[in-house]
Design a protein around this ligand. Structure first.
Ligand SMILES: [Zn+2]
Ligand SMILES: [Zn+2]
Length: 593
């Protein structure tokens, strides 16, 4: 049995990475390939190579069918187990199944499976009672050595974050457990486009009109409430109308248009402005039969416009789509890539795909996913080298006109220690250790070790670390304590006779001041200063050990200022007791609204 298709080089690499990984490890693994990279061929090849029973599951019947067809094109027979496709056959060596149907018939899966492949595996949650986990559990009962492989284009989900923990290029995505342990292969979208495997997107700014969702409140994952979005859009019907008029104008030269709406109400409004006989609307409420018919008619080019509300982001495949209009907010690069990906499949005569974002999302299609909520609208992904291990981290941050990083929001380095790049070994031998370098940190008052700014207990000595909010609240209650919101610091040589004494003045926004001195001729005081200020230089990107006062004065413009300073009254002066850096609690910082 020969492969009827020659795998593309990267598909072969993905297959090789899988074999290599499972030879060494029983940990679950993920392969990340952009939409349109031909995941079904990778699955077919893995299924072809397997000697024992394997199960390929996914959440939509279209993908079950697609994966099965690719496998059968090798000239072999595979089974389909899917109520939606009216077939329940798991007697072949390879079974293609829908997750719902397997979960509903677990008792029928009592054979020994060596591998389960989950397509669109970003849908797997870590929860034990989810359908996916119940299936894995069932198969494990009959083979404790079951291997679990996931494939996805978007290994990141708003609300859950990264779906895996360790990346084969030597970094971690999360300090906590995730549904999958390792990412063993990944290909960026730009690779696919620049090599001509995908259509080039023609990214155009919306000129006619734009929504502005920025005033709406976001939840902690960066999502908006549907009610808020509807209310905002309800006030901007003229904008929607103008946008759709432009879409129709530009669509004259296009074959097929997909429009992504923000809510169901919004989608209905949009549909109302489009030519009735050429338009279909698909929402989560559209029944399966009608949905199939509409998609069929769209693929046969009887319909030109397909309006949808986040239901056609995965498993939908109409290669002739050459215009994507985005009218919904998207905070994640992954989701944005999924949407744009609908228009990037190659098709005969298709030169590019027009992509217009009418929402000012400002998502860069080629940017990596940072994995944290964007802290503010002018942040962008920046690369920050770890002073500890040299790993190139990607964090949210800001750059100057020359592209230099002037600020970043990273907390801890994501690099893995003892990483052997050639063999990618560390990750496979055992759970590798994450670099402990922290860009922002809270020092433990008991043992002096550095902890995350949100830590409640010291990672080293396990003792409780006082919460800055408690510190502030307690100090504010005391008559002999003074708390200032620090708006900046100034440095001076303290004393003409003593050239090594540094005076720091902390300025409050209202003009109040607190001062303290560090004598650089005394090693203990030098050490405290360096721990407080030198270590935090350039947000921890470029820490420095100062040994002389003049070195400090030369760098004064870039020394960090704390957010709060707490002092206690000593007979005739205020003695600084705490300087709180990188504060994230509920008290207002200087100049914040
Ligand atoms: Zn590091
Ligand atoms: Zn400690």
């Amino acid at each position: 049995m020969n492969a009827p298709f020659k795998l593309r080089p990267y598909q072969q690499e993905a297959v090789d990475a899988t074999l290599k990984h499972f030879r060494k490890s029983a940990d679950s693994a993920v392969i990340v390939l952009p939409t349109g990279a031909g995941k079904s061929l990778v699955i077919a090849e893995l299924a072809r190579l397997a000697r024992r029973k394997i199960l390929v599951v996914t959440h939509v019947k279209e993908l079950v069918e697609q994966n099965h067809a690719k496998y059968q094109s090798y000239g072999v027979q595979g089974g389909i187990f899917s109520a939606g496709l009216k077939r329940k056959d798991n007697q072949h060596q390879v079974t293609f199944a829908s997750v719902q149907s397997v979960a509903a018939n677990l008792e029928q899966f009592k054979d020994e499976y060596s591998l389960i492949i989950i397509d669109e595996c970003h849908r797997v949650s870590g929860e034990e009672d989810s359908q996916y986990q119940r299936i894995i559990e069932q198969l494990r009962q009959h083979n404790t050595g079951l291997k679990v492989l996931g494939l996805t284009a978007t290994p990141y989900r708003l609300g859950m974050g990264w779906i895996y923990r360790y990346h084969y290029r030597g970094f971690v995505r999360s300090e906590e457990d995730k549904p999958f342990v390792h990412c063993i292969y990944e290909l960026p979208l730009i690779y696919m486009i620049s090599r001509g495997y995908l259509t080039k997107p023609d990214l155009v700014d919306a000129t006619v009109a734009q929504y502005d969702f920025s005033a709406l409140a976001q939840n902690r994952f960066g999502e908006y409430a549907e009610k808020d979005v509807n209310e905002l859009l309800g006030k901007h019907q003229r904008v929607t109308r103008a946008i759709i008029e432009q879409v129709m104008e530009l669509a004259v030269e296009r074959q097929a248009v997909m429009i992504f709406a923000a809510t169901v109400d919004h989608a209905k409004e949009i549909t109302g402005y489009l030519p009735h006989e050429q338009t279909a609307l698909i929402t989560g409420a559209t029944d399966q039969g009608e949905r199939d018919t509409l998609i069929q008619r769209f693929k046969q080019r009887q319909l030109k416009y397909l309006v949808n509300v986040s239901v056609l982001t995965t498993g939908f495949d109409a290669p002739h789509v050459d215009f994507i209009a985005i009218l919904r907010p998207t905070q994640s690069v992954s989701l944005y890539q999924q949407i744009v990906g609908r228009g990037l499949r190659l098709d005969e005569g298709k030169k590019d795909c027009l992509v217009i974002d009418y929402t000012g999302n400002n998502v860069n299609l080629y940017h990596p996913e940072v994995g944290e909520k964007k802290p503010n609208s002018d942040s962008e992904p920046v690369q920050v080298l770890c002073p500890g291990c040299g790993f190139a981290n990607i964090f949210w941050g800001k750059t100057d006109a020359a592209g230099q990083v002037i600020e970043h929001y990273g907390r801890r380095c994501h690099g893995l220690l003892g990483w052997d790049e050639e063999n990618e070994t560390a990750a496979h031998e055992q759970r590798p250790e994450q670099c402990d370098y922290r860009f922002r940190f809270k020092e433990c008052p008991h043992c002096g070790s550095e902890n995350d700014i949100a830590a409640r207990n010291c990672q080293q000595c396990k003792k409780a670390i006082i919460d800055p909010d408690d510190q502030l609240r307690d100090a504010l209650k005391l008559k002999d304590a003074m708390v200032i919101r620090c708006a900046g610091i100034t440095l001076n040589a303290n004393d003409r006779n003593n050239t090594s004494k540094l005076k720091i003045t902390y300025h409050a926004e209202d003009g109040e001041e607190l001062c303290e001195s560090f004598d650089f001729s005394k090693p203990a005081q030098r050490k405290v200063f360096n721990k407080l200020f030198g270590r935090r230089l350039a947000n921890g990107q470029a820490p420095q050990e100062f040994s002389r006062l003049d070195e400090v004065l030369a760098m004064q413009a870039v020394l960090p200022a704390p957010d709060f300073v707490i002092a206690r009254k000593k007979k005739h002066y205020w003695q600084v007791q705490e300087r709180i850096f990188d504060y994230q609690g509920s008290y207002r910082k200087a100049y914040e609204a």
